[in-house]
Every structure is written in C-alpha cells, then in structure tokens.
Ligand binder design. Structure first.
Ligand SMILES: *[C@@H]1O[C@H](CO)[C@@H](O)[C@H](O)[C@H]1NC(C)=O
Ligand SMILES: *[C@@H]1O[C@H](CO)[C@@H](O)[C@H](O)[C@H]1NC(C)=O
Ligand SMILES: *[C@@H]1O[C@H](CO)[C@@H](O)[C@H](O)[C@H]1NC(C)=O
Ligand SMILES: *[C@@H]1O[C@H](CO)[C@@H](O)[C@H](O)[C@H]1NC(C)=O
Length: 387
C-alpha cells in the first residue's frame, strides 16, 4: 500500500501542506539525510572500533594461550632429573617378564651428571619385619644413600607408618619356597625392582632375622670401596656340594664350575644385571636342580663364577652360626644377646678385603628372633655404632 494514493484524506492534507510549504521539503530531507549520514559514520566508526577491539583481544587471548601452552609444554617436557628419578612407590603393574625386561636396560655411556650411588637393601621375608626399629635407626640421617625393597608372601599387607623407611616399599610378590626355584625367582624379582632405580649400585639381600653390625657410614664405605662383590662361592667336594651336581647340566655347567654359597649375597649393578638377564643357566638349574638340590644355594654362585669369577670375593658379608649343627643355623633371642655375645661376633676375625687383611669381615648377622630387638636396641649405640 502506498500512503497518499489510496486514502483520499491523506492526499488532501498532502496537497494542502504541500502548497503552503514548498521550500520545507528539501530542508527536512537534508536534515534526514544528514542524520542518516551521521548515524552511518557513527556506526562505521563503532564497527571499526568493535572489530579492532575484539580482534586485538582475540589476538591477545590467543597470544596468551600460546605462551601458556609453551610454558606448560616446557613444564611437562621431561628434564634429566625426571628421567633419572626412581619410581615413587615400589608397586607397579608389570608381570615378571615385563619387569625383568625393563630392569635389563643399562647405560652404555658414562653418567652425564653427578650420580650418588645408593645401596639397595632387599628384604626377603614371609611377612612382618620385627627388627624394623633397629633398621630405622641404622638408616636415620642417610637419606639419599639407600633404597629399601620388601618381598613378602603375596597375601601379606605391610602396615608401616608414613614416617617409616619401610613405608610403601613392598614390591609385587609371589609365593617362594625354601630350596626351590621360586626362591631364586623372588631374589631376581627383588633385584629387578631395585634395578629400576638408576642410582642403586650395591644390592644386599637380607631376611627379617638379619641385623646390621656397623653404622651406615662403615657399611657404605666397605661396599663402595670394594673391588669385589660379596657372595659365598665355594667348590665343596662333599655330598652337599659336588654331591648335588647333575651330569645333565653339561655342557653349560661342568662339575669343576659347580659352586655352593649362602643365599645372603651382595652384588654390584653389573652382576645384578647378569643375574636377571640369565636364561641359559636358569633353565638348566630349573630342570636339574630339584629337591634335595637346594637350588638357592647353588644357582647364583655357579652362574657368577662362570661369568665373572674375577669380580667375586667368594665370601658372604652376613655372619651366621652353624656351630650348633643341624639343617638350620642357630637363632638368637633375648637371653642370647649380651655384650659378650655381640663382641664375639664383631671381634677376632681376619679376612681378605681388596687383597689386604681386614678385621671387619661381616656387615650383617643372622638369625635374630623378634625377642632380640630390646637388647639389640640397648647395645646398638655402644657396640654397633648407631642409635
Ligand atoms: C596399622 O598400624 C596402625 C598403627 O601403626 C594401627 O593402628 C592399625 O590398627 C594397623 N592396621 C592393621 C590392619 O594392622
Ligand atoms: C660409625 O662408626 C665409626 C666406628 O665405630 C665411627 O668412627 C664413626 O664416627 C661412626 N659414624 C657415625 C656417622 O656415627
Ligand atoms: C673367587 O673365586 C674365583 C674362582 O672361583 C677366582 O677366580 C677369584 O679370583 C676368587 N676371588 C678372590 C677375591 O680371590
Ligand atoms: C693376612 O693374614 C694371614 C693370616 O691370617 C697371613 O698369613 C697373611 O700373610 C696376611 N696377609 C697380609 C697381606 O698381611
């Protein structure tokens, strides 16, 4: 509809007004046009402002987010420290096969950083560690120089407080039986877990009945300065030595290579890797060293004597008393642990250390019953040198 054409009233009015103000029309038009022009310019300016404002802000946001992304990327980019950091807990979801594979990684170049080598104390136990308070005292003040690993029965849940050196140090474990291959498996499992920490250099196998005989500084110095690893390894001609050898181990193991030694060893990183990567001798022992062969007394000493005889001290660092006879060494409780008894263990020994004679021959001793804890704590400062 076009106004003024269809309505008579409107057109009349139009004619009337049109006739009375002939010069007002262009003026009003001009005013209207100016208004539109101003509005247009205003809108234009406003839109430019808006565009610039938002574009800049957008750019600023974009720039800020990309800077943040860079910072974040740098933060999450692993530094050397992150690469060499040990796993935060001893737990993991690896199978034995995966674990041994991962643990077999070894650096081929010199460490490009200041590496502080640590001692890995590996506890092979059924469950509780009744002598833990003694070990806590022994470790106190030496953080960064040791790590702890505990292998238990799979069903056992250790319950150490967060302040304890044993807190969260239980590794994924499996059932292991004395004299069986499963015992060697447990020891290899401990070694493999400890190898995951690149700083561990000396690996000590202990039981829940073991105690330290000297303070940490002496133990650290003794292990770190030794040219040899301490594993008992003897060629015993008797029925409990060569008598347990099986001809079917030929040609990998000849009878003159057959060795016997106590289970409680200390090995350096190189030998620890030798042990976990072995398949050849493992299969022979698994197959032919059956009860009553006691594979845990023969496998590691024989393997290491064949592969690295020049790195072995051929003696154990763990004192034990076989003098009472029988299948098991003597065990000591509350009434046994006296000043005279401890002095007898500590004094009066001579043994080769780096091809010289030393009066310190043992760093650890067993077997101590839970009831021995009280007297041990009482004498630890005066006789063992820590407390
Ligand atoms: C764990 O130890 C705490 C104190 O050390 C004790 O209160 C708690 O009952 C223990 N829990 C179990 C399941 O033994
Ligand atoms: C460790 O024991 C030795 C000998 O008993 C002693 O000379 C040394 O001061 C002790 N070290 C510490 C840190 O107690
Ligand atoms: C340990 O015994 C092996 C042979 O079984 C020998 O080659 C090695 O030299 C011995 N180690 C020491 C420190 O005497
Ligand atoms: C070490 O002691 C033994 C006796 O126990 C002795 O025969 C030997 O000569 C000594 N060796 C050194 C290097 O002093």
């Amino acid at each position: 509809m076009i106004p003024g054409v269809t309505s008579m009233g409107d057109s009349k009015e139009f004619l009337q007004r049109g006739g009375s103000q002939p010069r007002a029309l262009p003026f009003r038009l001009l005013r209207l046009l100016t208004l539109f022009l101003l509005l247009g310019v205003g809108l234009f300016a406003f839109s430019i402002y808006l565009t610039r404002h938002f574009a800049l802000q957008g750019m600023r946001i974009h720039a800020r987010s990309s800077i943040l992304a860079c910072v974040e990327a740098r933060q999450s980019m692993p530094s050397l420290e992150q690469w060499i950091q040990p796993p935060p807990t001893a737990l993991h979801g690896l199978s034995d096969e995966e674990l041994l594979w991962r643990a077999s990684f070894s650096p081929q170049l010199e460490y490009p950083f200041q590496r502080t080598p640590k001692i890995a104390f590996m506890f092979l136990t059924r469950g509780p560690l009744p002598l833990a308070p003694l070990w806590e005292k022994f470790c106190q003040g030496n953080e960064g120089l040791y790590s702890i690993y505990v292998h238990t029965l799979p069903s056992y849940k250790a319950n150490f407080s967060i302040e304890s050196v044993f807190y969260a140090r239980q590794i994924p474990s499996k059932l292991s039986e004395w004299g069986q291959m499963s015992m060697c498996d447990a020891e290899r499992r401990l070694l493999a877990n400890a190898l995951l920490d690149i700083s561990n250099e000396w690996f000590v196998l202990l039981s829940e009945s073991c105690i330290p005989l000297h303070n940490f500084s002496i133990v650290y110095r003794y292990l770190s300065r030794s040219r040899y690893s301490f594993i008992g390894s003897v060629d015993d001609p008797g029925p409990y030595g060569r008598g347990r050898y099986d001809q079917r181990m030929l040609p990998e193991v000849r009878i003159e290579q057959w060795r016997k030694g106590s289970q409680w060893f200390e090995v350096n990183r190189k030998l620890a890797i030798n042990i976990i990567k072995d398949k050849v001798y493992y299969l022979k022992f698994q197959k032919f060293c059956k009860p009553h062969c006691y594979v845990d007394e023969h496998y590691f000493p024989t393997l290491l004597t064949i592969e690295s005889p020049h790195l072995l001290a051929n003696r154990s660092l763990t004192w034990v008393d076989w003098s009472r006879g029988g299948a098991h060494p003597a065990s000591f409780g509350r009434s046994d642990v006296t000043e005279a008894f401890l002095k007898r263990i500590l004094e009066g020994h001579t043994c080769p250390y780096n091809n010289k004679n030393s009066t310190i021959c043992h760093l650890f001793a067993r077997k101590f019953a839970p009831s021995a804890l009280d007297p041990l704590l009482r004498y630890s400062l005066t006789l063992l040198g820590f407390g």
